[in-house]
Ligand binder design. Structure first.
Ligand code: NAD
Ligand code: UGA
Length: 455
């Protein structure tokens, strides 16, 4: 008989573990879900009214489920939940290694390995262990090896069930996924997990594959998405020097049904905790297997992204130096509708400006200033300050940089703001959202990524 999953534990209460488990609990009222994390402050936040993750729709889902069939507990209280679990998700961070073999490229699996040891120690009976974190291909071998040391004679199936949600749209992506991917060897385990998702995902959208294909598909999917952004950003630079308009070019490309319209928005560069680390992980895997040219190909996607951020920062710095040396930065999150700024282009751009001796006035309605402060490097002592209002941030600025596409920035009344900023001010729109009519009426020049001047 196929095993049923009625008790779930998830290790890792981050941007993926928290929202994913909340949606599973919401859609499967008969399944009890426990989320475990080493970070007790994070667990306390999940149990409060100020959730640690900002995602549209998340509060409502957590309000419906928390205390019903969803709970968040610290790791030190997690042993019983793992022992009772039919399935344990591993949803911890898999950052780029900073030391040892593969440093700078390979994924650091130490957090995953710690979870596997914890499961091996506490699991009882038969447990399905599910890779939710993004892993390098064949990581399941490592997990299986650790699980085989279980002191209580526990037995395990290991599945790969990578997550494809994007931040800012996590709840929508989880509730209506393009696909759910389950990779595994034992079909009983695969079908038991498929039955959980079948509560709300049509079977046609549940893709079953082998373990290694599932692990690799996740890395490849992120690499393909990042590659599209780098491709359009490469075209954006050519637009600027030739007089072409990247929005027009993207529209033409996107109307080809083979290419499709999504992920063709030129920008200051992609950010987020995953694209860079997953590209580098893919580069490392290619190198590990002696595939030099594929490694160089994926590396170039990342290199182009670094170049895009750098050229934007250089243009802004050159202008700001001539106009008072003060820059207002609007938007610190790596994209709109999230408080996450991991690998945000704003970090590198701000640090480039600070290194050039430019004073920064920073604004973002969602990003925690204290946390963002810790990623800034101000060796020139140029200085930076955070402001809650755009009107305050732009005071005395010789350049305004738009680095996140928050809807509120598209609605800025530039007529009002132009009086507050320094003479010679230019807006550098890294997200193509500035209302150019309003800016033009206010006499404010706007540089937009990928917009050539066709005169
Ligand atoms: P995160 O850093 O927000 O959360 C990870 C959590 O795991 C942290 O709270 C940390 O304290 C906890 N943790 C680490 N080791 C632990 C241990 N041994 N025991 C208990 N808790 C532990 O990370 P995230 O953004 O949720 O990403 C998790 C994984 O999902 C990564 O592999 C990532 O690549 C992948 N992923 C992320 C996204 C995204 O949008 N953020 C989307 C798809 C996939
Ligand atoms: C991305 C993928 O979209 C998810 O499928 C995946 O699950 C996730 O990574 C992950 O593995 O972590 P995410 O990073 O949250 O999701 O956000 P995206 O919407 O993909 O945006 C990534 C970056 O690319 C952002 O900085 C965004 O502004 C930028 N971007 C995106 C562009 O510059 N142009 C575009 O057309 C699209």
């Amino acid at each position: 008989m196929k095993p049923r999953i009625l008790n779930i534990a998830c290790i890792g209460a981050g941007y993926v573990g928290g929202p994913t488990m909340a949606v599973i609990a919401d859609r499967c009222p008969e399944v009890s879900v426990t989320v475990i994390d080493l970070n007790e402050a994070r667990i306390a936040a999940w149990n409060s009214d100020a959730l640690p993750v900002y995602e549209p729709g998340l509060d409502e889902v957590v309000r419906r489920t928390r205390g019903r069939n969803l709970r968040f507990i610290p790791q030190r209280e997690g042993a019983a939940a793992v022992a009772a679990a039919d399935a344990v998700f591993i949803s911890v961070n898999t950052p780029t290694k900073t030391q040892g073999s593969g440093a700078g490229k390979a994924s650091d699996l130490s957090y995953v390995e710690a979870c596997a040891r914890y499961i091996a120690e506490h699991a009882k009976g038969h447990t399905i262990v599910i890779e939710k974190s993004t892993m390098p291909v064949r990581a399941a071998d490592t997990i299986k090896r650790i699980l085989s040391t279980s002191p209580h004679g526990g037995t395990f199936d290991v599945l790969s069930n990578p997550e494809f949600l994007a931040e800012g749209t996590a709840i929508r992506d989880l509730e209506k996924p393009d696909r759910v991917l389950i990779g595994g060897e034992a079909s009983r385990a695969v079908e038991a997990l498929a039955e959980v998702y079948a509560h709300w995902v049509p079977d046609t959208a549940i893709i079953r594959t082998g373990l290694w294909s599932a692990e690799l598909s996740k890395l490849a999917a992120n690499a393909f998405l990042a590659q599209r952004v780098s491709s359009i950003n490469a075209i954006s630079a050519l637009c600027e020097v030739t007089g072409a308009q990247v929005e027009e070019v993207a529209k033409v490309l996107g109307s080809d049904s083979r290419i499709g319209p999504k992920f063709l928005k030129a920008s200051v560069g992609f950010g987020g905790s995953c694209f860079k680390k997953d590209l580098l992980s893919l580069v490392y895997l290619c190198e590990f297997y002696g595939l030099t040219e594929p490694a160089a190909y994926w590396q170039s996607v990342q290199d182009l992204n670094e170049w895009q951020k750098r050229r934007f920062a250089q243009m802004a710095a050159a202008h700001a130096k001539k106009h008072g040396g003060v820059v207002a930065v609007l938007g610190l999150a790596f994209k709109k509708n999230t408080n996450d700024f991991r690998e945000s282009p704003a970090i590198d751009i701000c640090n480039h400006l600070l290194a050039a001796g430019i004073r920064l006035r920073l604004q973002d309605g969602r990003v925690d200033p204290e946390a963002f402060r810790s990623v800034l490097v101000d060796e020139t002592q140029a200085g930076f300050a955070f402001f809650s209002q755009v009107e305050e941030a732009v005071r005395g600025a010789g350049a305004i940089l738009i680095l996140t596409e928050w809807d509120s920035y598209a609605e800025i009344d530039w007529g009002k703001l132009s009086r507050l900023s320094a003479p010679g001010i230019t807006i550098f729109d890294g997200r193509t959202i500035v209302d150019r009519v309003s800016a033009m009426k206010a006499g404010l020049p706007v540089f937009v990524v990928g917009q050539g001047n066709d005169k």
